[in-house]
Design a protein around this ligand. Structure first.
Ligand code: MG
Length: 261
């Protein structure tokens, strides 16, 4: 189904951007703490608790908890899990895993959202290359978040880099606008398929805020969802990585609202 219409994309005032920057900073601190907690033998629930504690100590609220019934504050996605892995006491990190953590925070009604994927100990060379390429996809996409560019410049940047490395872009899941809702217009595809999304022709303007989040697979692009209704895996069992930042378009260029030191 081709959508010809892009719902109105909000443009945030300087005051709103200041609140979103604080939300982003908290989300980034939660992500950093979660990534630090990742080591062999740790349960994904323990990692989730560390992130949630960081959010609450900062006076914010986890974006994900209760979202469409989601039961945790983070998504923790291991190896062939692309996104939306549910933290569990029964899932423990193993040496050589790649572990994606996605976490969002709400501060004074505004959301920040970010994700990163980390290798645990001695991971296979292909896994390390996937992480490198996927983080580069995000960096290249952020460079395109310039006033006057079209949204498809972001989409193409991800696709060209990922496919140039021999990998594929997940097509069934998209980045998104973000603000007072975690998911707002526009949708932000990580590939450019002319005519598929009206968003491609959206001209980026100062004050627009996007959650840019490439999801890249070593194998094919197809994904499948587990019976839990959330856990999304590569259909072919290949490794997948995910990196995300919340990025404001400003007159001075892209501003990452979820910076990690
Ligand atoms: Mg997101």
């Amino acid at each position: 189904m081709v959508s010809r219409h892009v719902a109105a994309v909000q443009r945030r005032s300087p005051n709103e951007l200041a609140l979103m920057a604080r939300a982003g900073e908290i989300a980034a601190a939660a992500l950093a703490r979660a990534l630090e907690a990742i080591e062999p033998g740790v349960s994904t629930s323990a990692i989730d608790r560390a992130a949630e504690e960081t959010i609450r100590e900062a006076g914010a609220v986890p974006s994900f908890l209760g979202f469409n019934g989601y039961p945790a504050s983070t998504c923790i996605s291991i190896n062939d899990v692309v996104v939306h892995g549910i933290p569990s006491e029964h899932v423990r990190i193993e040496e050589g895993d790649i572990v994606g953590v996605d976490v969002g925070a709400i501060y004074k009604r505004y959301h920040g959202d970010n994700a990163a994927t980390k290798a645990v100990g001695e991971a296979p060379a292909e896994a390390l290359r996937l992480l490198q390429v996927t983080s580069e996809c995000l960096a290249l996409a952020i460079e395109q978040a310039q006033a006057g560019n079209q949204l498809r410049d972001i989409s193409s940047a991800v696709q060209e880099h990922a496919e140039g490395a021999g990998y594929s872009v997940v097509r069934q899941l998209l980045g998104h606008g973000i603000g007072r809702q975690m998911h707002e217009p526009p949708q932000v595809p990580n590939y450019y398929s002319p005519g598929e999304f009206a968003e491609y022709e959206l001209t980026l303007r100062p004050g627009m805020v996007l959650a840019i989040e490439p999801m890249i697979n070593v194998g094919g692009p197809a994904v499948k969802v587990d019976v839990d209704g959330w856990t999304t895996r590569t259909a072919d069992g290949s490794l997948s990585a995910h990196f995300e930042h919340t990025v404001a378009v400003t007159k001075n260029g892209p501003r990452v609202l979820t910076p990690r030191s």
